[in-house]
Design a protein around this ligand. Structure first.
Ligand SMILES: Cc1cc2nc3c(=O)[nH]c(=O)nc-3n(C[C@H](O)[C@H](O)[C@H](O)COP(=O)(O)OP(=O)(O)OC[C@H]3O[C@@H](n4cnc5c(N)ncnc54)[C@H](O)[C@@H]3O)c2cc1C
Length: 380
């Protein structure tokens, strides 16, 4: 099996890499401290079309293939997960449901502004009693006339405090089971919507997670996404489309950490030699490289299968599980190679180390990925 990127894919990758390395990465310390991404960086991302990669050309986006999107996310991962997270929730879980099941009118209303980043998107599923167990959702949407009234509290929503459009999953029939979920497009200006706690996090800073409080939040019927009661499938599809992109960002972060570690191993001297001359350090670099290569092919494979409509939940989970755990290993080894220097606040490796931790938690924890894979293996 041969796999070559096309000249266009190489050019795309190089453009995003240059932007991330030259314009974003040098400002990551500032972003981490302020827990905010400067608007001028967003403006540059918008000019490059990065907000529109998941949005079809018809609505002003670039409508990239799944593989091309994975390549973009891979490059975003090179600066860690603060800036990458902001673009990821917008071009992944925030927009996927609208693009795949929205009506023409809904798409015309929202997608052109989303394609430029003028309107930023988030996705709200998690609640205090519904984390891994999504079926535990308590948020209820009751219909009166041509309006739904949503009541409940969502938490840990990436970019929730700054989003202009949030895809919210709620129950539309509390007596029945999963098939009674529905999905709504909610604007923060809707009556009854407010942002609750905005959490301080150990990593992925710049793109805070927030609590969203819905108190009789009034949502017009035309903002229901897909048929009533079919929101479960839409939510699962959204997560399935997002997970290979998490894997891609992990891959990019691994690659960057290997570059940083190699530079350090070449320049730092102890016992009269550069660190890279010690076999112990070479072995660490070797293990980092081996895991990164495996993550690369699992990620690309899942993206190629997605483009040809052959992707299975098992393949998705394998890519997300492996790449996020590879990153955990690579970040830990990168820090070890730097010794005490890596532990100093503001050191980029320390930032990657903190950022990496969340990739084994969000969009389905490692345990949930293992459950999906284990069940699929048993079914074979
Ligand atoms: C930075 C960040 C960003 C996030 N962004 C979003 C977002 O944009 N939108 C959104 O909706 N949510 C978001 N989340 C929420 C995230 O998806 C959840 O935190 C995640 O799904 C886990 O749920 P939980 O935190 O409730 O943990 P729990 O489900 O309570 O799990 C706790 C532990 O128990 C394990 N566990 C649970 N059930 C099982 C089981 N059956 N078998 C074995 N082990 C199990 C888990 O794997 C985990 O280790 C975000 C979270 C973070 C930290």
């Amino acid at each position: 099996m041969d796999f070559e990127l096309t000249p266009e894919q190489r050019a795309l990758t190089q453009t995003v890499k240059d932007f991330v390395d030259q314009r974003v990465d040098p400002r990551m310390s500032e972003i981490e401290r302020q827990n905010r991404i400067p608007e001028d960086i967003f403006a540059e991302a918008s000019a490059l079309g990065l907000f529109g990669i998941s949005i079809p050309e018809k609505y002003g986006g670039t409508g990239l293939s799944r593989l091309d999107r994975a390549l973009v996310h891979q490059m975003l991962g090179r600066s860690g997960f603060g800036f990458a997270g902001a673009l990821a929730s917008h071009t992944g879980i925030g927009s996927d449901a609208l693009v795949s099941i929205g009506t023409e009118e809904q798409k015309q209303r929202y997608l052109p502004r989303m394609a430029t980043g003028a309107l930023r998107a988030a996705f709200a599923l998690t609640e205090s009693e519904a984390g891994s167990d999504v079926g535990g959702i308590k948020t209820v949407a009751r219909k009166r006339g041509d309006r739904y009234y949503l009541n409940g509290v969502k938490r840990f929503i990436s970019g929730g405090s700054r989003a202009g459009l949030i895809t919210i999953v709620a129950r539309t029939n509390i007596d029945k089971q999963l098939k009674e979920f529905s999905v709504f497009l909610v604007e923060p200006s809707f009556p009854g919507f407010r942002v609750g706690e905005v959490y301080e996090t150990m990593g992925s800073r710049g793109h805070p997670i927030a609590e969203l409080v819905l108190e009789d939040c009034e949502v017009p019927e035309e903002n229901r996404l897909g048929p009533e009661g079919e929101g479960w499938l839409a939510a699962m599809k959204t997560l399935n489309e997002g997970r290979p992109l998490v894997a891609a960002r992990c891959l990019g972060a691994c690659e960057r950490l290997i570059e940083i570690s190699t530079d350090y191993a070449r320049s730092r001297k102890q016992f009269g030699k550069s660190l890279g001359e010690f076999q112990a350090i070479q072995f660490m670099l070797a293990d980092m490289a081996a895991r990164t290569e495996a993550a690369r092919w699992l990620t690309y494979h899942s993206a190629v299968l997605a483009d040809s409509g052959r992707l299975t939940p098992e393949t998705i989970s394998i890519a997300k599980l492996f790449a996020s755990e590879a990153l955990a290993f690579v970040a830990d080894a990168a820090l070890q190679i730097q010794g005490g220097t890596g532990y100093i606040a503001d050191n980029p490796v320390g930032r990657f180390y903190r950022d990496a931790r969340v990739t084994r938690i969000y969009e389905g924890t490692s345990e949930i990925q293992r459950i999906i894979i284990g069940r699929a293996v048993l079914r074979r």
